[in-house]
Write a protein that binds this ligand. Sequence first.
Ligand code: RIB
Length: 301
Amino acid sequence: MYDYDLLVVGSANADLVVGVERRPSAGETVLGSDLAVHPGGKGANQAVAAARLGARSALLARVGDDAHGRLLTEAQRAAGVDTSGVLAGGAPTGVALITVDPSGDNSIVVSPGANALLTPGDIRAAGGLIAAARVVSAQLEIPLETVAEVVRTRPEGTRFVLNPSPPAPLPPEVLAACDPLVVNEHEARVLIGDTAGSGPEGWARTLIGLGPRSVVITLGAEGALVADRRTDVVTRVPSPRVEAVDTTGAGDAFTAALAWRLGLGEGLVEAAGYAARVGATAVTGTGAQESYPTAEEVVAP
Ligand code: RIB
């Protein structure tokens, strides 16, 4: 009945990555490795991650009419993602400047470029694509008004998953549609304005109070916390122990796996458990999309 298990509406960036011994502080210059250019962007990453796992996925995004745009679109096609919703032109392709340290942690600055030109009108024009998807997932590297239009355009019954990254205040209509709202610790703190350190369980309950149907907080090596408005229960989901090489894009792999499995009918806790295994596998490889596993490669619990 649906053509796609997952439609991702979001960003596509060329990731310009340099390995460093130490990420620089203000006013500091450090030398790094040779530059590597990888396909990235939180939206494009999610679409590829889901496709690698076996989902029928599609991407609705905007890239520039340039070499980076062609690299990104080709990476989507190579992974089996439907790119009929990838628009081109209007501004240069988005770029992410990424430094990765020896522990695998990263710092990212994004220049949105064409991502900022994905408009509410583009969403309305893609109504057929949206209606053909069982689950629609979005992030915030595209304009918030565009994400709000996704919420309005999707048919009733189409599940909506949002990773508000980078975090920004969310309108009530967007919050109320999230099932789940997926955040990491940083995003959780920003959304609830937490400085007192109430801890992940407290953040989950506070976030649920903002209106989403469910919340998932990713906690890196500590797994994830799942909170469901329908049951009023907060559940911790473990992550397998792995050796981290590069955490870039692991959260995107987690969210894509979660969204896909929810669409297949799994419960939130079960789907988050699978997503934690996918995210853990992704941190064992370099880059974002290159590190995403097939279903057979996902590490054991
Ligand atoms: O989540 C990782 C992604 O964030 C990178 O691929 C980069 O493009 C930024 O969007």
